[in-house]
Design a protein around this ligand. Structure first.
Ligand code: EPZ
Length: 418
């Protein structure tokens, strides 16, 4: 088993180029199914979830090959429409392939994506939208069997601005007769990046980033080369690392416009954050201050994926900060591990209250989920002594090389086999 061994207590100093965005490249890889030709994604992060998506593409008969940080996918040879249960269990967000495979093949089959560490993760909005477009979807024996003679474009109003449902319906709409209008769509930057990719292939997607997205159907999509957007949650993680340990860092390619809510909270805590054309700088000196209540919400609200790392950055703040997690029902699992390091956190359902303590101490901790694991590393950089972080498979799903990046920022972090 591997562990990260982190010796905390010293300020960070350094700079790093932010990896490509996990939550953008995953739906873009599903969108590649719609393209009869080669697509090349540059700044493509090498993540466990990307490898899982590559396995799904190959299982469908597509080819995929790396060349440095560029991944080239060719779906010309697509000859299957079923995603194996094993791969669905490996990555539940594979459900975003459903819309694309339906649009390409007229049928699709995959295992029912279960919940995960952070919640039950329902997909009712995905399925009701696809059914509204004419898909017949049977849920039997833990599998989803979908068929449609033809997908029809229409207006779909989402009862919640679901990121995955918006993406799934955008992809299905590319293969529908007529235009589809998605109302109450998610507005995340990753939606904008997916639309950018589709339009670079010849699609006609408008309004991405707003609450109403319109997709013209039946456009012939051709191969292209497309740069994946920088990962805003990885950037938030590193900003919180500097806020936690102190010091001065620079994040190349990070875009403040993707992170306004998180940057505002960090500025309120006393960090000096500035942006230029090349990225974001963060200078953290002295003690953090507690901030106003942090309520997670769909974009442009405070991102749920940054909740745990901001919490970690405020464990030694002067005062108490209240967190309210409104997106997922089990997203405080990292709290118990942070307590092992001396944190004072009380959880009351969706609310967590972080009382600043004077010191944190190293401990043996285990990742409970992707962003909770990152939070343990953020806290460890501020803890006196050595912290050993286990269950790294969670972190490897979303960070290309957290050890490398935190070391480049000046952290004392090594990855060891135990
Ligand atoms: C995406 O998940 C991200 N994952 C998540 O990042 C992120 O936390 C989430 O969006 C919110 O920003 C990827 O992009 C791969 P949702 P997704 O559908 O699409 C409810 C990470 O750490 N809902 O916007 O699953 C749902 O229960 C991951 O990188 C329904 O009720 O999120 C949740 O409360 C974690 N029915 C809320 O909507 C549905 O059909 C937000 O879910 C779908 C969702």
């Amino acid at each position: 088993m591997e562990e990260l061994v982190i010796r905390g207590g010293r300020p960070l100093k350094g700079e790093v180029t932010v990896q490509g965005a996990k939550n953008s490249v995953l739906p873009i890889l599903a969108a590649a199914v719609l393209v009869k030709g080669e697509v090349t994604l540059t700044r493509c992060p090498r993540l466990r979830d990307v490898e899982t998506s590559i396995q799904i593409l190959r299982e469908l008969g597509c080819s995929a090959a790396w060349d440095g940080d560029a991944l080239t996918v060719d779906a010309s040879g697509l000859c299957a429409c079923a995603i194996s249960d094993a791969l669905m269990r490996e990555m539940r967000s594979s459900v975003v392939f459903l819309g694309a495979v339906l649009a390409r093949c007229g049928e699709a089959e995959c295992g029912m994506p279960g919940g995960c560490e952070i919640g039950s993760r329902p997909i009712d909005l995905h399925l009701s939208g696809l059914r509204a477009m004419g898909a017949e979807i049977r849920e039997e024996g833990g599998a989803l069997r979908c068929g449609c003679r033809r997908l029809r474009g229409r207006e779909i109003v989402l009862s919640a601005p679901s990121v995955g449902a918006t993406e799934n319906l955008m992809l299905a709409a590319c293969g529908a007769d007529g235009a589809t209008v998605i109302s109450n769509a998610a507005r995340e930057p990753e939606i904008v990046d997916l639309a950018g990719f589709l339009n670079a292939c010849g699609a006609d997607v408008r309004g991405a980033g707003n609450s109403t997205v319109t997709v013209a159907g039946k456009r012939v999509l051709r191969g292209c080369t497309y740069p994946v957007m920088p990962d805003r949650i990885a950037a938030a993680t590193y900003l919180c690392a500097a806020a936690s340990a102190g010091g001065e860092i620079y994040l190349r390619d990070a875009k403040e416009g993707h992170l306004r809510a998180a940057v505002a909270a960090l500025r309120e805590s006393g960090c000096q954050i500035a942006s230029d054309a090349g990225g974001i700088s963060c200078r953290a000196t002295g003690q953090r201050k507690a901030v106003a209540p942090v309520r997670t919400a769909p974009y442009p609200g405070f991102p749920t994926d940054a909740q745990s790392v901001l919490m970690a950055a405020l464990l030694r703040a002067d005062g108490a900060t209240v967190f309210e997690e409104n997106l997922f029902e089990s997203r405080y699992r990292h709290v118990g591990e942070l307590r092992r390091m001396g944190a004072d956190i009380r959880v009351f359902g969706r609310v967590a209250v972080v009382n600043g303590v004077s010191d944190l101490h190293g401990a043996a901790v285990e990742c409970t989920d992707l962003r909770g694991g990152a939070a343990l590393c953020v806290a460890a950089l501020a803890a006196e002594g050595e912290t050993r972080v286990g269950c790294l498979r969670h972190i490897d799903r979303g960070y290309e090389d957290l050890r490398r990046d935190l070391s480049l920022l000046g952290g004392d972090v090594v990855r060891v086999n135990t």
